[in-house]
Ligand binder design. Structure first.
Ligand SMILES: Nc1ncnc2c1ncn2[C@@H]1O[C@H](COP(=O)(O)OP(=O)(O)OP(=O)(O)O)[C@@H](O)[C@H]1O
Length: 314
């Protein structure tokens, strides 16, 4: 059963259709990223999941329940929501911000404090110094992390994120994405995220949904979006100049390795992508390397010529 099931959902404002008969399902524990041009209906679509926007027709189920049958307050407590610019309460401390939903749910003080500390720790915000600060005393990146921590406070199964990292500079943004991936893995949260940034979409998405003019053009894995774009618009959006490298960045080195062999001087960690392996081999000036596990034992080998073959279109 899918965690989020969007069926034939349409939203109209007067005569204007802004979301046009969209159907898509997000599996439990997966991240779906929605991309598309400005005004294509991305935010409207995800805001219908927690009923911030009422739909015109169609049905959305979260965890098997039709959202139309769930009281709005309950729905919003159960679905984390993160927006650009974080939306923190300015007159509440970091700890009070994070505690918002647990408090509404009537958790005991001790449980709330423990959860706030746990989340601050997970987001690398030292509880002792950050818990009592106010949002204006934090950097943009720190505010953003508190915003995500607040959305996760009551352990929601589903997290909706609307351009969550849009205001961050590229370095902090990359870090925020990696933090999100690690935490998502740990909690198993199902995430639906809107972005303008295709690199972000490829980095985070198990699946990517491409929207244009309210319609869903393609909903597929990142690899398929690159190798089998549904139409020229999708192709243009993903860009064609570096598609070989983009695809290689999605494939683990282990997927392309040959059996281990003796006599190789260089080793590459098995955690690398094909793209990172290629970059490293160019940098080191080597034609062949061992693929190594965490204990530095060779589990396979990779050659430059094979890597180049793996980057070719099929
Ligand atoms: N309350 C509203 N009343 C009328 N039209 C609206 C309303 N909210 C959104 N729209 C229109 O619906 C369309 C889709 O808006 P939406 O915010 O979902 O797009 P988006 O893809 O998220 O855009 P962006 O990437 O620029 O944030 C836009 O044309 C917008 O002007």
């Amino acid at each position: 059963m899918s965690m989020i099931d969007i069926r034939n959902v349409t939203k109209r404002y007067g005569d204007t259709t802004v979301v046009d008969n969209v159907s898509m399902a997000v599996e439990k524990g997966e991240i779906t990223v929605i991309v598309g041009t400005s005004g294509s209906g991305k935010s409207t679509l995800i805001r219908m999941i927690n009923r911030l926007v009422p739909m015109t027709s169609g049905e959305i189920r979260v965890g098997g329940r039709n959202v139309a049958d769930v009281p709005e307050t309950e729905l919003r407590r159960n679905i984390g929501y993160v927006i650009q610019g974080n939306g923190l309460f300015p007159h509440r401390t970091v700890a009070q911000n994070i505690a918002t939903v647990p408090q509404l749910l009537g958790w005991e003080r001790g449980r709330i404090d423990a959860r706030v500390d746990e989340l601050l720790g997970l987001f690398n915000l030292e509880p002792k110094s950050f818990a009592r600060k106010y949002p204006h005393q934090l950097s943009g990146g720190e505010q953003q992390r508190v915003g995500v921590a607040r959305a996760l406070a009551a352990g929601p199964e589903v997290l909706i994120m609307d351009e969550p990292f849009g205001a961050l500079d590229p370095v902090i943004r990359g870090k925020a994405q990696d933090d999100l991936l690690a935490i998502q893995k740990q909690f198993g949260t199902t995430i639906i995220l809107v972005t303008h940034d295709m690199d972000e979409a490829f980095h985070l998405g198990n699946r990517i949904a491409v929207m244009r003019g309210g319609g869903l053009l393609q909903y597929s894995t990142p690899e398929k979006i690159i190798t089998e774009p549904a139409d020229p618009f999708v192709q243009q959006l993903t860009g064609t100049t570096d598609r070989a490298l983009k695809r290689m960045s999605l494939l683990p080195l282990t997927s392309g390795m040959a059996p281990a062999k003796a006599g190789l001087d260089h080793g590459l960690p098995q955690s690398l992508s094909l793209r990172d392996a290629l970059a490293e081999m160019i940098w080191q000036g080597i034609d062949e390397a061992a693929v190594e596990n965490e204990k530095k034992a060779a589990i396979g080998s990779i050659s430059m010529s094979h890597l180049l073959e793996l980057g070719r279109k099929e």
